[in-house]
Ligand binder design. Structure first.
Ligand SMILES: [Zn+2]
Length: 374
């Protein structure tokens, strides 16, 4: 099978292919409507495929499209896995595939959902408030979120480079992309309350993971890091044994924990931290599998232009269509070399997770590594 045919040209095609591949394997399939429509008036929903056989105590969760447009890549990974398993056989563990979790963003070519919420800033824990903004973000709100459609030429890059020179890339990235709860039409808005996606997942995850003892959850993303590279990002404090598994299964350089940020930033409201905090299984190892595309200034310029077009432009204006097509390219490059490389790496990553799950001690709750004293 060519690695390239698994990429779909639009959300409706991605859904159809995912659903067909799930049914071909004899898995159960369900859909959850989000109460919004796509560009052709179609009802938008995310799909969930669950294997029926395999050890229910060991569960592999693969999710895609939390950030809408990034679903073009994540969906391709899921379809590639399902097709691979249809021609060989699925792993002897329970599999739960969450496809296109933010169908609005996927269908309308945006990162954010139907309420302009960044889902990965929305998963707040009990006691956390949907409020606050980094003062660096607030200071540059007018630059980040212009109240007008995008122009053909925006002096974005110059200003962005000046800001990077002034504040440094890590500080700027943290301020801008760390999430904000003040500007509902702005970039990286975390919402005013739990999103539909969060509610649907909160209601259904206990059922999908029923009987699980150990869950490994890979959530596929793009847009951070070097071209075609992959990093597992962890947004919650790792226990020693979780660190041990990550090191043993994927390699010591494969992951970045939240206390040692290199390419990413700390954000409140992450999907991973929320999943591991819910007591869904005695062991829940979550990693955001992040694949690099273009550089951070280009990606931010693309997000900004699409957000301008979405809120302040006409849906049929050439500038809107251009901004959305550009965003798709930024998060799922058309390059055959990139596509082939990321699919190969993703299959390898899932293979490692699967072997790790199978090899891990079924008792599972004792520390693998000795705890350091003090
Ligand atoms: Zn993402």
């Amino acid at each position: 099978m060519s690695k390239l045919v698994v990429f779909s040209p639009d959300h409706a095609t991605a859904r159809r292919r995912f659903r067909e591949a799930v049914l071909r394997l004899g898995w159960s399939l369900e859909s959850h409507s989000i109460g919004a429509v796509g560009p052709d008036g179609e009802e938008l929903a995310f799909d969930v495929g669950c294997s029926r056989e395999g050890d229910p105590e060991k569960v592999l969760v693969v999710s895609s499209g939390v950030h809408g447009v990034e679903g073009f890549f994540g969906s391709a990974v899921q379809v590639a896995l399902l097709e691979q398993w249809a021609s060989s056989s699925p792993p002897p563990i329970q599999c739960v595939f969450l496809h296109g979790l933010n169908p609005f963003g996927f269908a309308w070519l945006r990162r954010f959902d139907e309420h302009n919420v960044d889902p990965n800033r929305n998963f707040l824990l009990a006691g956390e408030a949907f409020e606050g903004v980094d003062e660096g973000y607030a200071r540059h709100d007018a630059f980040l979120n212009p109240r007008r459609p995008p122009a053909r030429w925006e002096p974005f890059t110059l200003k962005a480079l000046w800001l990077i020179a002034r504040y440094g890339m890590p500080a700027l990235r943290q301020a801008v992309a760390g999430g904000q709860y003040r500007y509902p039409r702005g970039l990286f808005f975390g919402g005013a309350g739990p999103s539909r996606m969060q509610k649907l997942l909160g209601e259904n995850l206990p059922r999908w993971l029923k009987g699980s003892q150990r869950v490994v959850h890979l959530d596929f993303h793009t847009g951070l890091g070097p071209w075609g590279g992959c990093k597992l990002l962890i947004d919650y404090p790792l226990k020693e044994r979780q660190r041990g598994w990550l090191t043993e299964w994927f390699g010591a350089d494969s992951f970045e924990a939240c206390e040692s940020r290199d390419i990413s930033y700390d954000a409140k409201g992450g999907f991973g931290r929320w999943c591991v905090s819910r007591g869904l299984a005695p062991e829940y190892l979550f990693a955001c599998a992040e694949f690099g595309t273009y550089g951070p200034v280009q990606v931010l310029a693309g997000l900004r232009a699409e957000n301008q077009a979405h809120h302040w432009g006409s849906p049929v204006a050439a500038s809107t269509l251009r901004a959305k097509a550009r965003l798709k390219e930024l998060f799922c490059p058309a390059s055959e070399a990139w596509r082939s490389q990321v699919i190969e790496r993703s299959l390898e990553l899932v293979g490692r997770a699967q072997r790790g799950l199978l090899a891990a001690d079924p008792g599972g709750i004792e520390p693998v590594l000795p705890k350091s004293s003090g």
